[in-house]
Design a protein around this ligand. Structure first.
Ligand SMILES: [Zn+2]
Length: 210
């Protein structure tokens, strides 16, 4: 099966690329945050472990994350796109151990500097009405500060402040950036400064040879 891993710092455009690629390649997307919430909602044994970690403010351990990924791979044999997993070298080793020789692994690295992601995320605004996401620099609403769809005043999310963004970037550098070397062989590097369309264009050719 085809397995595509998306690597890159928060704000590098992984979510946008995941959405367009999954449609294009017809792959199911594994978003770690969604998987954790779904496990909690399902109330399974794993879900209870996730819940207690989240409630205690701890990171969910690699073993639990891997178990969720394993289940997703098992239930989506058509191929998957992984967004936000693996996040550590241990998780990457775990992922490799789940794959067999016939599996076709691709790793896309969205390369974006701290300055790029800080400026992008700190100018992000969200519509509390419909959830539409804007960027005051790159994709502003037509009318100042209100949503194009529903006219509601846009807000900035609590975790989109510069301080929080820089801290998340530091965590990324420490825990996740080493995966770029780990997957160096055959890594597809994409300029994280590109727009969503251009980023899709640049990986499409490599993922779907004619
Ligand atoms: Zn709206």
């Amino acid at each position: 099966m085809k397995i595509v891993v998306l690597l890159g710092p928060p704000g590098s455009g992984k979510g946008t690329l995941a959405a367009s690629l999954s449609e294009h390649l017809r792959l199911a997307v594994f978003v770690i945050g969604d998987a954790l919430r779904a496990a909690i909602d399902a109330g399974s044994k794993l879900g209870l472990k996730v819940k207690s970690a989240v409630e205690a403010g701890r990171l969910v351990d690699d073993e639990t994350i891997l178990a969720l990924a394993r289940e997703f791979l098992r239930t989506h044999p058509e191929g998957v796109l992984l967004d936000g997993f693996p996040r550590t070298i241990r998780q990457a080793e775990g992922l490799r151990s789940l794959l067999s020789a016939e599996d076709d692994l691709h790793v896309i690295y969205l390369d974006a500097s701290e300055e790029t992601v800080t400026s992008r995320l700190s100018s992000r605004r969200v519509c509390p009405g419909c959830g539409e996401i804007y960027n005051m620099r790159f994709r502003p609403p037509k009318n100042d500060g209100v949503c194009d769809n529903c006219g509601v005043t846009l807000i900035r999310r609590k975790d989109d402040t510069e301080e929080v963004i820089r801290e998340r970037y530091r965590v990324y550098l420490r825990e996740t950036a080493p995966l770029v070397d780990y997957f160096a062989d055959g890594l597809i590097r994409v300029d994280g400064n590109l727009s969503g369309d251009k980023a899709l264009e640049s990986v499409r050719g490599e993922l779907c040879p004619a």
